[in-house]
Design a protein around this ligand. Structure first.
Ligand SMILES: [Mg+2]
Length: 343
């Protein structure tokens, strides 16, 4: 195997503002694994899960450290073993591991001639609806953003500012879209209790991560009484958290970069179903490489939030198509992406 790394800055069309951050671009790390004998290349991507303490330099260092090991890895089909060795023996961070495992799956798909979902035994029977995200902003800009998003039937609204209800009411006044909200840890139980009946009246169908992960007792109480399902994002990193999460939440947001990649995400989606937890497949600000990879999990999801690639202006790849929120999965072998030709 020959390994190549590349760092790309993904530029956002609009600054992305949530209760936790305000960014204009995001750093993406791309890894290519070239199988010399087969003359095939697998591509993988990760961005930085800063909430879990990762930095660009720490993730890059992990990827650089693992190159000599990957170059000697002879059997790309041994994905479980590779995943285990990366995580347990080499202590590779989840985000870096997610890029490697993505590239390996892409390569294995190309070697077998199968798209990833088929390799997994899943069937794609329709176009799957993804939410479209609207970040926090001033009331005027929120109105314009909601009007500009008229074609999307499902909106994910970032909340956690002083103007939450005002912003939601503006959005509701210009669109008939279904609404889900994400407070990114920006609320307290008292605040949520104050606004819960308004959220119900506005038709909000799920709430993502209202409080910080440490507020376990509040989550436990909320799970028993909430009229709207509560989903874990920042409270859920990987498989090991599922046992606790089951008692605190109604659903989980699985992101490749958090959980360690496609192998773990597949297991988590099945485990969540067994635990009676709803499944959202989510994303970061990522290119079409990671978004397309995650979209292969669509048949196992109750919600998809895979819009990171359509919020950027310089996506270096083409993959899953997003047509008014409906995802059309590629059926090419592997994850199904190709490099965008320069204009
Ligand atoms: Mg979230």
């Amino acid at each position: 195997m020959k390994i190549t790394l590349q760092e790309v800055s993904l530029n956002l069309e609009h600054a992305f503002i949530t209760a936790r951050k305000n960014i204009k671009s995001n750093t993406s790390l791309l890894i290519e694994i070239y199988d010399v004998e087969a003359s095939l290349t697998g591509i993988g991507e990760c961005v930085i899960a800063d909430f879990f303490g990762d930095t660009v330099s720490s993730v890059k260092a992990d990827l650089e450290r693992v190159i000599p090991f990957l170059e000697q890895w002879e059997d790309p089909f041994s994905i479980e073993k590779l995943n285990r060795v990366l995580a347990r023996d080499l202590k590779i961070r989840n985000s870096a591991r997610s890029a490697i495992i993505m590239a390996i799956y892409d390569l294995v798909g190309k070697k077998t001639g199968l798209p990833l979902f088929k390799l997994w035994g899943l069937s794609i029977e329709k176009d799957y609806l993804s939410s479209y995200t609207i970040g926090i902003d001033t009331p005027d800009i929120i109105r314009k953003k909601a009007e500009a998003a008229a074609q999307y039937p499902l909106l994910k609204i970032k909340l956690g500012s002083e103007k939450d209800l005002e912003l939601l009411e503006i959005i509701k006044s210009v669109t008939n879209a279904r609404l889900i909200v994400d407070a990114n840890c920006g609320w307290t139980l008292t605040k949520l209790k104050d606004i819960m009946s308004t959220l119900v009246d506005l038709g909000v169908e799920l709430i993502e991560q209202p409080f910080p992960p440490a507020a376990e007792d509040d989550y436990r109480k909320l799970k028993q009484t909430s009229k709207i399902p509560i989903f874990a994002d920042e409270s859920l990193k990987d498989q090991r958290d599922l046992k606790l999460i089951e008692s605190l939440f109604h659903g989980i947001n699985i992101k490749l970069v958090k959980c360690g990649g496609l192998y773990d995400a597949l297991i988590m989606a099945h485990t969540a179903q067994a635990l009676n937890l709803k499944v959202m497949i989510g994303c970061m600000i990522e290119s079409s490489v990671a978004i397309t990879a995650a979209s292969h999990l669509a048949p196992l999801a109750d919600y998809l939030d895979l819009d990171g690639n359509i919020l950027i202006t310089n996506d270096p790849y083409i993959g899953v198509k997003n047509i008014s929120g409906k995802l059309k999965l590629p059926t090419d072998p592997g994850i199904g992406v190709k490099r965008r030709e320069p204009k």
